[in-house]
Design a binder for this molecule. Sequence first.
Ligand SMILES: [Fe+2]
Ligand SMILES: [Fe+2]
Length: 193
Amino acid sequence: MDFDLYSARKRLSYLPRGLLAHCQRTSQLCVELAHHWGWPEDRAAWAGLVHDLARAYPEGELLYLAREYSLQIDPMEETTPVLLHGPVGAEILRRKWQVTDGAVLEAVRWHTSGNRDMGPLAKIVFLADKIEPGKSGLYPHLAPIRDLVKKDVDRALLEFFNSQISFLQLKHFRVHPAMIAAGNYFRLRLASQ
Ligand SMILES: [Fe+2]
Ligand SMILES: [Fe+2]
């Protein structure tokens, strides 16, 4: 498939303006990171742009679609359906937008919680979503990751998981099991290097 940004942007015109602006900033950062690491920039730009296509869906619809698409629903997602916007978004891309690129689908699917098996594209979409400039006020504790991501993507991921999990636990929020598993995986992998 071709990763035409213009037609994707047209298709995303239903998104609230602020969310669309976040998607565009994420897309730009994805291109910057893909360029830095020598990864395909067109897919990175496209995946970054569309990653939140289901973010503004009502919670009831996310749950309904997740069941309709026979997605595995974690108990935490039952009670906080917004967490399903990645997996549901990936299914919409596959079923309605006819996206067949596995790396793009994976990147959209896991962009909220992360996953231990993320490939290069999923890693940069995941990180770009969290550290794009519009979010710097929201997540000041993520500042060191902005530098680290250009030196070592896996260490940037580990740093993100460590700080985000501590941040959530400090506030007595629950942490998605896929994020805990990913944090444990990168901790173990990078400790042995
Ligand atoms: Fe999202
Ligand atoms: Fe996002």
